[in-house]
Design a protein around this ligand. Structure first.
Ligand code: ATP
Length: 397
């Protein structure tokens, strides 16, 4: 249909990048990236109308995004440079899409498929992407690739680990050179963070972080972080816990939970530099401070299977990401106990209220009321009482 929309407005349309790669690898892919020659915005407006899609345009970049049926389609413009081949139109067309593809990161991501009726399904593979898929190689397109855009260092590792590919030899050499020449430090923190956020969403995130560390890219990205076997164990434990935590809490910010592990030994000054560079939240820094103090005693309390109420009393202010960090210190059995605790905390509710204490027991509104309620709650957490005997328990206090 996108090809047809292109025909209707007289523009050439290609699907490019990850979608083509995933198609050739037989992986399902949800995001579609389109490149339209000359005027992506005109195409996007037309397609949005036809599909009744929501259209978000970025006029400055000549790009647009379409949202419909829970899907997202990004449209970019490839501008024709007429001076190159003034007369021969097919030649211009080829050079235009070729240029667009040449700006991309790796050969496997630099292929396009034409969607217009004429030439529908034609695969454009100028740089050997198909062959590299076959040989399981991540290969950059030119020697300045990582210097032009050092975030590609993170991307190379992400794709290598995700697909079980190998970074091709010369590409690896160029990567190492760019890293050692300090190019990771020259990119904006925001762009690095964006790519790092994608890494922590990968199924094999720990393997990817380990691989980045092998490239020295972790300590370059987070000064003061030294990847060790212990850190790796913590990351593994963390990622074992995350799926459960995400279900339990509804949502967990994986990036921040990993930051706790990577930044736990940093001093104030380094921490502030990293905070500024990556725009880390103040709340994160406060949590980290709190967790640093708590982590050893708290993980001991869990290992010793102390009462839920005792754990509850010291974990009031811990965020979901903070609990995931605590889990990074725990073996599987101890993680199970932490899960039971969190499960209990989220299901136990008081049936009695402060108002009941005033009405039924003639107590005066005071701080004491809160304390009584908390002690009832704690007794419930520990299974000493349930809904039926809350009142009796109050009497006994
Ligand atoms: P994923 O499956 O993770 O979404 P993707 O290949 O679609 O992988 P995106 O980050 O969405 O990854 O990028 C889409 C396409 O844009 C890539 O396939 C690549 O062609 C191009 N691209 C993205 N980032 C860069 C970059 N830093 N340098 C060059 N090309 C890039």
């Amino acid at each position: 249909t996108f090809g047809q929309f292109g025909d209707e407005v007289g523009l050439n349309v290609y699907v490019v990048g990850g979608f083509v790669r995933d198609l050739l690898m037989d992986n399902p892919s949800f995001d579609i990236d389109l490149v339209v020659e000359r005027d992506g915005l005109k195409f996007a407006e037309h397609a949005a109308e036809k599909l009744k899609a929501t259209l978000v345009k970025h006029d400055k970049f000549l790009t647009a995004s379409l949202f419909f049926n829970g899907r997202r389609v990004d449209v970019a413009t490839a501008r024709i440079e007429y001076y190159e081949a003034p007369t021969e139109l097919p030649q211009v067309e080829i050079s235009t899409i070729r240029k667009d593809l040449y700006r991309r990161d790796f050969t496997i991501n630099a292929m396009a498929i034409k969607l217009n009726h004429k030439d529908f399904g034609l695969l454009l593979d100028f740089f050997g992407g198909q062959e590299d898929i076959q040989n399981k190689k991540i290969r950059c397109l030119h020697t300045l690739s990582f210097i032009e855009d050092p975030t590609r260092i993170l991307r190379a590792v992400r794709f290598e680990v995700r697909f079980d590919f190998t970074i091709e030899e010369e590409t690896e050499r160029l990567m190492r050179e760019a890293i050692h020449q300090g190019y990771l430090e020259k990119v904006s923190g925001q762009r690095i963070r964006q790519e790092f956020e994608k890494i922590v969403q990968e199924i094999k995130a720990v393997k990817a972080i380990k691989r980045l560390a092998e490239f020295d890219a972790i300590k370059r990205t987070f000064p003061g972080t030294f990847y060790t076997a212990t850190m790796e164990e913590k990351l593994r434990a963390l990622f074992d816990f995350l799926p459960w935590a995400e279900k339990h809490f509804g949502q967990v910010d994986r990036f921040y939970s990993v930051m706790f592990v990577l930044l736990e030994y940093h001093n104030e000054q380094l921490l502030n530099e990293i905070k500024e560079r990556y725009g880390l939240s103040l709340k994160f820094l406060q949590q980290l401070k709190l967790l640093k103090k708590m982590i050893i005693p708290l993980s001991q309390m869990i290992k010793l299977r102390m009462n839920f109420s005792d754990i509850y009393k010291v974990t009031h202010d811990i965020s979901p990401e903070g609990f995931c960090y605590i889990a990074s210190y725990l073996e599987p059995d101890d993680q199970e106990y932490l899960k039971q605790f969190l499960e209990r905390v989220s299901t136990v509710k008081l049936t009695i209220s402060g108002k009941d204490l005033i009405d039924k027991f003639g107590l005066k509104p005071s701080k004491k009321l809160g304390e009584i309620l908390e002690s009832i709650y704690c007794a419930k957490l520990d299974g000493l009482i349930d809904d039926s005997n809350e009142l009796e328990y109050v009497k006994s206090l």
